[in-house]
Design a protein around this ligand. Structure first.
Ligand code: AMP
Length: 599
């Protein structure tokens, strides 16, 4: 078996046949990264040679890297939007891809306030499935015996909509959970979940979460790993338990299901596993009734070996809270993926979050890299396409922006992620996720950029005109100390007439106007997922932002170039701002949101 020693751990047991195949595959892909990339590009170009998009660049049937790189431009979503709109409106001609577009995947990245629509094809599901199939073999090297118990995973489907031309538009995981790949998956002792499919597939988030938590409690001793896709999801589950443990304990004690669970398929499924268990109900009551929620995860699920959640990137802000609730259980980040393309996996999933790297698998798409050096930005011109760096040629220690070419027809598409090369596994590089470009605030799946925040502040300040008041400076902070987390906007106000200053009521309305101005992912998190709490304005006393500038300059910032930070996270700065707060105001209601797109 071709398992490279760097993929093994001291505790590695003899792998079974399926695992051996997975390692062989990883080794084959990573040893031949450049060759695989060359073949993937050729395959994509051959498959899509008769598409409107590729024909535009006169490749003349060429499938080699040189021709591709010299003729095809590097693009953003906005460049492709006219074609994407045509597909959404029902144009079934071969625009990007020679295979039929099966649906749109809606990214959490937005354009003009709405989720980006990523056209995808049926075959991509197999490629994603292949990547999923590698996760357990790798994890088994570090945590053997996962076939002896279950995974408590909080998994949800999200709202979907139809485009004017009739294609379904939904997030990639919703598409996966609703697929036959997931629903008809063969039994695999390593992948047994406590959550029944009926609960995962229930569109009502309360009923879904309630049932998943109930099943997790009923099977508490069998649970070996606890997870959600992102850290925010797992914390939301803990909050849910804090709010609902009494009813859950009642159900367990009496063997009767909460009447709020009206989904008949869930009712049928639960009737088979729920029977009165006063001992368990008493245990849950004892653990949850006090104020002490520290280590609640291992207290309730004592056999948990690790948390399976993404805590890299924006989610790193949740690590301390997860440590608190889990008593420092390992946090495994297993995968790096997006709606555009699933990229790769973490070959050492037990590494601590700050050191996690992902190996981009060369079979998933064709990958290029724009060197990312803010002091020396690369200029990209559509007329003379740049020669970007190939996957096998990136250099350790350097940062790059990721560009993908996919089987679904995206060509040289800028994903917006900045990655740093940490090391190589065979000839394939591994990357630390550094950040997503242009994201200022993020609590859950939401990503708010500087111009969106600026627009929100502008819209809200209109309400201050009647009070002869202006916002002279502002900044923001993603407050994740509350569950769910919420946006805090610091405002320094110039109130011309103290006798006519804006009231709490007006400032609360300003909060709501800001929420209404946010992109659809933010509003969906607020309204449908309840994963973001009401936005808060903290008014700071006059002169605060000047103090902030003095502080920055004392730490070496240039006076000439100083700009007030539009988002703060550095603790001393947050503390400085908080110490000068004169009043705080919360949004009085939820903003408007429907699954239908506004544009
Ligand atoms: P979406 O298009 O909504 O599926 O979001 C995909 C984006 O989520 C990626 O481009 C990254 O910015 C982020 N993301 C996905 N996986 C990870 C990860 N393991 N660590 C950090 N960020 C991630």
């Amino acid at each position: 078996m071709a398992v490279d020693s760097s993929l093994s751990s001291p505790m590695a047991p003899p792998a079974n046949k399926k695992f051996a195949k997975a390692f062989e595959f990883i080794e084959e892909m990573t040893k031949n990264a450049d060759k695989v990339q060359q073949n993937v590009l050729a395959e994509i170009l051959l498959q899509n040679s008769d598409t409107e998009y590729l024909k535009r660049f006169n490749l003349g049937g060429a499938t080699d890297r040189d021709t591709f790189k010299s003729r095809v431009p590097v693009v953003t979503y906005e460049d492709l939007q006219p074609e994407i709109q045509r597909i959404a409106n029902g144009d079934r001609s071969k625009i990007f891809c020679s295979h039929p577009i099966s649906e749109f995947l809606t990214s959490s990245g937005t354009s003009a306030g709405e989720r980006k629509l990523m056209p995808t094809i049926r075959q991509e599901m197999d490629r994603r499935q292949l990547l999923y199939s590698l996760l357990i073999p790798v994890m088994n090297l570090y945590v053997p015996g996962l076939d002896k118990g279950k995974g408590l995973y909080f998994l949800f489907i999200k709202a979907e909509s139809k485009t004017p031309g009739g294609l379904v538009a939904r997030p990639v995981l919703t598409s996966y959970y609703k697929s036959d790949h997931f629903k008809n998956r063969p039994y695999d002792p390593y992948n047994v979940y406590t959550s029944p499919d009926e609960a995962i597939l229930c569109p009502d988030s309360f009923q879904s979460m309630y049932t998943q938590m109930l099943c997790g409690l009923l099977m508490r001793e069998e649970v070996l790993r606890v997870g959600a896709v992102f850290a925010s999801g797992l914390l939301w589950a803990i909050r849910f338990l804090q709010l609902n443990w009494k009813q859950l304990a009642h159900d367990i004690s009496t063997g009767s299901l909460n009447p709020k669970i009206t989904d008949t398929s869930i009712q049928q499924r639960i009737s088979k596993i729920l029977s009165p268990n006063p001992v368990l109900a008493e245990f849950i009551t004892k653990e949850c009734e006090g104020e002490n929620w520290e280590k609640i995860i291992p207290r309730i699920w004592p056999n948990t070996k690790y948390l399976d959640v993404i805590v890299t990137g924006a989610m790193a802000q949740y690590i301390p809270l997860l440590d608190f609730y889990s008593g420092g259980l390992p946090q495994a980040c297993t995968m790096y993926a997006s709606s555009e393309c699933y990229f790769g996996l973490n070959l050492k999933p037990m590494t601590k979050p700050s050191e996690v790297s992902y190996a981009i698998m060369p079979n998933m798409g064709y990958f290029e890299f724009i060197p990312h050096d803010p002091a020396n930005p690369v200029r990209l011109s559509r007329d003379s396409p740049p020669r970007l760096v190939d996957l096998a040629d990136v250099e350790v220690g350097k940062e790059y922006e990721l560009v993908v070419t996919t089987y679904s027809g995206l060509c040289r598409y800028r994903v917006g992620d900045i990655l740093r090369v940490t090391e190589f596994h065979n000839s394939a590089p591994q990357f630390k996720f550094i950040r997503r470009k242009n994201v200022l605030l993020s609590i859950d799946a939401d990503k708010t950029n500087e111009s969106e925040l600026q627009k929100a502040v502008e819209n809200a300040s209109v309400l201050l005109r009647d009070f002869d008041t202006t916002v002279v400076e502002y900044s923001s902070y993603a407050d994740t100390k509350t569950i769910p987390g919420h946006y805090v906007i610091y405002w320094e106000l110039l109130v011309k007439d103290k006798a006519n200053a804006p009231s709490d009521d007006v400032l609360r309305k300003c909060c709501l106007v800001m929420e209404e101005s946010m992109n659809s992912v933010y509003r969906q998190c607020r309204v449908a997922d309840n994963s973001i709490g009401p936005l808060e304005i903290r008014v700071v006393r006059n002169g605060t932002f000047e103090e902030l500038m003095d502080y920055a300059i004392s730490r070496g910032a240039s006076i000439n170039q100083y700009k007030a930070p539009r988002c703060v996270s550095f603790t001393p700065i947050v503390e400085l701002l908080d110490a000068r707060v004169v009043s705080a105001h919360f949004s009085p209601g939820a903003p408007k949101w429907t699954p239908e797109r506004r544009v």
